[in-house]
Design a binder for this molecule. Structure first.
Ligand SMILES: *[C@@H]1O[C@H](CO)[C@@H](O)[C@H](O)[C@H]1NC(C)=O
Ligand SMILES: *[C@@H]1O[C@H](CO)[C@@H](O)[C@H](O)[C@H]1NC(C)=O
Ligand SMILES: *[C@@H]1O[C@H](CO)[C@@H](O)[C@H](O)[C@H]1NC(C)=O
Ligand SMILES: *[C@@H]1O[C@H](CO)[C@@H](O)[C@H](O)[C@H]1NC(C)=O
Length: 172
């Protein structure tokens, strides 16, 4: 019984702590291409279809650093696969590049070295996050926390609480 109470208190403590910390770092991190990563043989138009990209989200590119790269270009260069004058060269050299979607605009990303012609090109539109559903009552003690952040926070809080639980069982 005491352990159960303690568990509830820990869960509450951790949740409120995360509510304060997380909103600034939250946002969805999309692994571009899913399991296939940033590679040929993926149709990125199909991959992006039905996904919603919002301000504060991230694009994570995982690829063979010896072959591909990650270049942000304008619409014309996206369409023609021209990698001669990228707007931003996101390539950092490790084959693991993270693009913060911190501007509401269309992002056009291609791989140079010929891969764009084979289909390694991604066009997405980044929008402002939607407001929380109007039906949900504003009873949270932290009403400024975006709805999307809350969806992330609860699972994390439960995971940490569960880890605590295992830890406590081990030492008691
Ligand atoms: C993209 O950049 C190229 C070269 O700098 C330029 O010729 C072209 O007009 C630009 N296209 C757009 C849509 O800005
Ligand atoms: C992009 O930056 C990387 C790392 O600085 C560099 O090795 C590469 O040559 C650059 N590529 C282009 C197309 O500018
Ligand atoms: C977006 O992020 C990039 C890379 O971190 C940075 O260079 C740029 O200044 C940022 N733009 C805004 C509007 O915050
Ligand atoms: C990707 O799929 C779309 C929609 O099915 C199609 O129009 C497009 O030609 C495909 N792109 C490539 C590079 O195969």
């Amino acid at each position: 019984m005491e352990l159960l109470k303690f568990r509830m208190v820990m869960l509450l403590l951790i949740s409120s702590l995360l509510l304060v910390i997380l909103p600034q770092v939250s946002g969805v991190r999309f692994i571009v291409g899913g399991n296939m990563g940033w590679s040929s043989n993926v149709n990125y138009t199909v991959w992006a279809k039905g996904k919603h990209f919002y301000l504060g989200d991230w694009l994570f590119f995982v690829y063979d650093r010896n072959q591909m790269n990650v270049l942000e270009v304008n619409k014309t260069d996206y369409e023609t696969c021209n990698s001669d004058h990228p707007l931003v060269n996101w390539t950092r050299g490790a084959g693991r590049d993270l693009i913060p979607l911190n501007v509401t605009k269309h992002y056009y990303i291609i791989s140079g070295k010929g891969f764009c012609y084979g289909g390694m090109k991604l066009a997405i539109n980044v929008a402002n996050p939607p407001p929380p559903p109007s039906a949900s009552p504003v009873t949270s003690d932290c009403p400024t926390t975006p709805y999307r952040a809350q969806m992330v926070i609860m699972p994390i809080a439960f995971t940490i609480a569960a880890a605590w639980d295992v830890f406590l069982r081990a030492i008691w």
